[in-house]
Design a protein around this ligand. Structure first.
Ligand code: FAD
Length: 465
């Protein structure tokens, strides 16, 4: 009897049969996430990287049981939550068990005194945000995939949200969490509100993509809903002028909750106006009324110095209403030969403009449209997000085009010494670049992996591991 059939029998003996799935529909589904290339492959009926068994767990004890049985049978285990990864992160490269965490949703504890909320890792982020907002609170974390992603997924992918310039990324928003190691040991990591007892080990699993442990519960900060929110839409003379505004507002210590600079190509989509002929920036300030107003005035002074003009709030408010919409990409992927991709990277202020032009020059011949925006801003630099849209004769050619786009984009970023991912993570698509991206730190990652997952069973083939 193979290890797998032995394992499946053993799994069925320790948990309800309906939680151990081996039907072809469940196995095929495990080989896809929301990565465009994977979506195209599904259209072609290609289900590479299938699990041998999908196990839907509901509590920590079940996770420990699965890990113990998988270790005993030398079978890999790939954690999966809501599958909204766009880089192939939860795809089981070596088959084995896909550990489905989407039913890990039982717990939710709100502490209004400490302003924290703790939930089970599979909890849907959008559901949690809605529940908090009903009580006057917000997570401050608002990825475009808010309603299709889990809290444990956010932690595991180093996610960030549309209001990051005010609230920070997920690494700034997590106060504590619990993780089960491949060995079955349970670890609680916390710093409430800060701790200096050795290195900040909370960072260890943040962005680990399920390669170092299984996160079971996460405690997040929560914030009172802001008293005032102010918005404006700005037309700008050039992308360079926009980048200067982003940098100078950071230098001035402003904290707008919304900052989105679109180049002219994407501004046409963002403004839903094909005649838009200049880059556009969406801005928003928030907080106590006087502060929101003062910050907007200070921001506008910087905008004015760089030739920006206010177009009023309509453009940005319409975007706020449709900010979770991904249909342009989804619809194109759903047509024969259509392709769409999103690639997010980051760079410092002294290199970002050059990188932007170089990427556009390199990628424009490969796609019908190349759209770019800058929407996560730091004192030292910014993210850059490219959307590539195009059409080929058939899906096979579309897949080849997607592969070529990634290869060229990563090559240019490496040449410019830019960060290869800002928030979508490594997954399958960037795993071959993990060593080049992390440099000598990759050795550290390999040693940590060896120490925490000595049999190498957790999510093999990701992050260059
Ligand atoms: C339309 C759209 C918009 C998006 N917008 C954003 C955005 O604005 N910001 C952003 O950061 N991302 C964005 N993403 C990417 C994606 O939503 C995030 O990476 C999200 O955090 C993934 O969560 P998930 O629950 O779907 O995880 P999955 O896709 O199921 O898994 C992602 C990875 O995390 C691991 N993992 C998941 N849960 C656990 C756990 N409990 N323990 C250990 N490992 C685990 C998996 O093994 C896998 O490696 C977007 C995706 C889509 C489709």
């Amino acid at each position: 009897m193979s290890d797998i059939s032995h394992l499946i029998r053993a799994l069925k003996s320790v948990m309800p049969g309906e939680q151990v799935l081996t039907d072809s529909e469940a196995l095929q589904a495990s080989s896809h996430d929301t990565w465009p290339l994977s979506t195209k492959l599904r259209r072609l009926g290609c289900h590479d990287y299938q699990a041998d068994v999908v196990v839907k767990v509901t509590d920590e004890q079940q996770i420990q049981q699965v890990l113990a049985l998988a270790t005993a049978n030398d079978v890999p285990v790939t954690p999966r939550a809501l599958g909204s990864s766009v880089t192939g992160q939860p795809l089981p490269t070596r088959g084995g068990v896909v550990l489905d965490l989407s039913d890990m949703t039982l717990n939710r504890e709100i502490n209004t005194t400490n302003m924290t909320v703790e939930v089970s890792a599979g909890y849907n982020g959008g559901k949690l945000e809605d529940e908090l907002q009903q009580q006057g609170w917000t997570l401050g974390h608002s990825p475009q995939s808010l309603y299709q992603s889990s809290v444990g997924g956010w932690l595991s992918t180093l996610a960030t949200g549309q209001f990051s310039s005010y609230y920070g990324g997920i690494e700034d928003l997590i106060t504590a969490y619990t993780v089960i190691l491949a060995t079955g040991e349970r670890v609680r990591l916390k710093a409430s509100p800060r701790a200096a007892m050795g290195p900040d080990l909370r960072q260890l699993f943040i962005g680990a993509e399920g390669t170092l442990g299984v996160v079971t519960s996460v405690q997040l900060k929560m914030f009172p809903l802001p008293q005032t929110r102010l918005y404006d839409t700005l037309a700008l003379p050039s992308v360079e002028a926009g980048l200067k505004i982003l940098r100078e507002q950071a230098m001035a210590g402003l904290r707008p909750f919304l900052l989105r600079l679109y180049d002219t190509a994407e501004a046409r989509h963002a403004m839903q106006d094909p005649a838009q002929d200049k880059p556009v920036m969406f801005v928003g300030t928030q907080g106590v009324d006087a502060i929101a107003r003062a910050e907007m005035a200070a921001l506008m002074a910087i905008v004015g110095r760089h030739g920006g003009e206010s177009l009023g709030s309509e453009g940005v408010l319409k975007w706020m209403d449709r900010r979770f919409d991904f249909s342009t990409v989804e619809n194109l992927l759903d047509t024969r030969g259509g392709f769409a991709e999103t690639i997010e990277i980051a760079h410092t202020w002294d290199g970002i403009a050059d990188l932007y032009h170089c990427l556009n020059k390199t990628l424009t011949p490969l796609a019908g449209e190349v759209l770019s925006h800058f929407s996560h801003v730091y004192p030292q630099g910014t993210s850059m997000y490219m959307i590539l849209l195009g059409n080929e004769e058939n899906d096979g050619e579309a897949i080849e085009k997607l592969r070529m786009i990634w290869k060229e984009a990563m090559r240019v970023c490496l040449e410019h010494k830019a960060e290869l991912s800002h928030h979508h993570g490594g997954g399958l698509v960037r795993s071959p670049y993990a060593r080049a991206s992390l440099g000598s730190a990759h050795m550290l990652l390999r040693r940590v992996k060896q120490a925490l997952d000595p049999n190498g069973i957790l999510n093999p083939g990701k992050l260059g591991l």
